[in-house]
Design a binder for this molecule. Structure first.
Ligand SMILES: *[C@@H]1O[C@H](CO)[C@@H](O)[C@H](O)[C@H]1NC(C)=O
Ligand SMILES: *[C@@H]1O[C@H](CO)[C@@H](O)[C@H](O)[C@H]1NC(C)=O
Ligand SMILES: *[C@@H]1O[C@H](CO)[C@@H](O)[C@H](O)[C@H]1NC(C)=O
Ligand SMILES: *[C@@H]1O[C@H](CO)[C@@H](O)[C@H](O)[C@H]1NC(C)=O
Length: 456
């Protein structure tokens, strides 16, 4: 009797505590959504988030393999919710901190005493900067996979508070970079742990208008009602044990996403003369294939570049013409028809581990550079690049690409044109209006801001 009474008491206590916490956490999102646009002059992919108190909209360059999110703290950083990460705190170890810093100027975000630092990386300029580890509120739109819902926030999002000079080479108006790489403090890791959703995220880059990044699991629905998550084909993600940062840190693995390309086919024929050794990652971390949103076009090591471009041009006997930078493999486009999948050129196929095959059609393989000239949209990476194949933005566009971190696998959809949709078709019309109206009388802004602390 006594034990069942205790049990009942325990249940009551549990119920009481869960109902009080659910009153505070009135809404737990299943997934989040961020818009991504492409900057016309730099071809960088830019994502848009809100940070600080009061909220400030920020444009951040999307860096798929980046270790963290960093922003310029030297100019216009004002926020009542900024907190520096105290040396030796759990946040510092999660951030893989560099050292403990002092500041010899009047204190401000980015320059405070007893604060740990991280190395913020700008691979576009091959520059890194020792930056204070900071925490501040970040606000993002939630989603049910169909359209955006109410805004949610992480009150202590961990980021690098960087100096202004780290913005060199970034698109106009960008104030930092959003790293989505394999680290504890990358945006996908922090969002998943803040809202307890699966450690998955997906990118869907559009060529001219607004694409989308989803954090959390699908559905990932694009108009007219196409759940792109249903078409994913999977291949393992490979860990490169050697750092690939602008200044590599000894003993640290790469935060970038590698996959295993086993061979390349053009019009169903294996491209000959590709040195297989280049396709795997060696002890020094060289070789292999990674995916990058910082390279606008796929980059191939020079011998692979030569083999692929020659096979592509000879497959249909194209008449080669002089290259148009940054491209070398250009040809007359007279007589090349167009299809739903882009210009009718030979299909390139990346044969991957698990025998998954990534087909690249005209929309993702060639660029029309003049009225009568087309080029293969890949660039020559020279003789000894760190990574043999870098799959760049143009080849990723209009494919949904999911990174499943818990299962260490990558899912990619075929070109969405097959399904009569594109990455520009997420319905960004928010349904949150009603929720916001209902809460107008309360201190709605405050109520909606959930105070999940991310690490601790
Ligand atoms: C920070 O530490 C330095 C060195 O110990 C000291 O000179 C400076 O006054 C401190 N700044 C503040 C704001 O405490
Ligand atoms: C939610 O955030 C978006 C920007 O991400 C903003 O445009 C919108 O007004 C916000 N909605 C509400 C209800 O605060
Ligand atoms: C390509 O052109 C060469 C000579 O210009 C010719 O011998 C060959 O048969 C052609 N191949 C195809 C596939 O058209
Ligand atoms: C987009 O989503 C909104 C709800 O947020 C909905 O009212 C609207 O009908 C949707 N648009 C289309 C074209 O389905």
């Amino acid at each position: 009797m006594a034990s069942s009474f205790q049990y009942l008491l325990l249940l009551l206590l549990l119920f009481a505590s869960s109902s009080s916490s659910s009153a505070k956490l009135s809404f737990r999102p299943k997934a989040l959504v961020l818009p991504v646009t492409k900057d016309d002059s730099t071809l960088q992919y830019i994502t848009h988030i809100h940070q600080r108190t009061p909220l400030v909209p920020l444009n951040l360059v999307l860096d798929l393999g980046g270790q963290n999110l960093w922003v310029d703290c030297e100019q216009h950083y004002t926020s009542s919710t900024y907190r520096p990460a105290r040396c030796n705190s759990a946040v510092c170890s999660a951030a893989d901190f560099w050292h403990c810093a002092q500041c010899f100027e009047p204190p401000r975000p980015g320059c405070t005493n007893n604060t740990c630092t991280l190395l913020a990386d700008n691979p576009l300029d091959a520059t890194i900067a020792v930056s204070d580890v900071g925490q501040d509120l970040v606000s993002v739109q939630s989603t049910n996979g169909f359209y955006p819902g109410q805004n949610v926030s992480v009150s202590r999002f961990v980021f690098g508070c960087a100096p202004n000079y780290l913005l060199r080479q970034l698109a106009d108006g960008a104030s930092g970079m959003a790293g989505l790489g394999r680290t504890k403090i990358s945006a996908p890791s922090q969002f998943s742990s803040a809202f307890s959703f699966p450690r998955k995220f997906a990118i869907c880059l559009a060529s001219h208008s607004k694409g989308v990044v989803f954090f959390g699991d699908g559905p990932y629905v694009l108009l007219p009602d196409v759940d792109a998550a249903k078409f994913l084909i999977y291949t393992p993600l490979i860990l490169n044990p050697v750092s690939t940062a602008s200044i590599p840190r000894e003993g640290k693995p790469s935060s970038e996403y590698f996959i295993g390309v086993k061979s390349i086919k053009i019009e169903d024929k294996v491209v000959p003369n590709i040195n297989k050794n280049l396709l795997s990652i060696n002890k020094e971390g060289f070789g292999g294939t990674k995916i990058s949103t910082l390279n606008p076009f796929t980059v191939l090591e020079s011998s692979i570049f030569k083999a692929v471009t020659e096979a592509f041009i000879s497959a249909r006997n194209y008449t080669r013409v002089v290259g148009v930078a940054p491209f070398e493999a250009c040809f007359s486009s007279n007589g090349i028809g167009s299809t739903r999948l882009g210009p009718a050129v030979p299909t390139i196929e990346l044969v991957l581990q698990n025998d998954a095959s990534w087909s690249i059609f005209g929309a993702n393989s060639v660029v029309q550079v003049k009225d009568d000239v087309m080029c293969l949209g890949v660039v020559n990476g020279g003789a000894k690049p760190r990574t043999a194949i870098v799959i760049g933005g143009f080849q990723l566009e209009n494919h949904l690409v999911q990174f499943d971190l818990a299962s260490s696998r990558l899912g990619f959809s075929p070109l969405l044109f097959w399904r009569r949709t594109t990455c520009a078709n997420f319905n960004f019309t928010s349904a949150a209006g009603t929720a916001a109206v209902l809460r107008d009388d309360l201190n709605a802004e405050f109520e909606n801001k959930m105070s999940f602390s991310v690490i601790e």
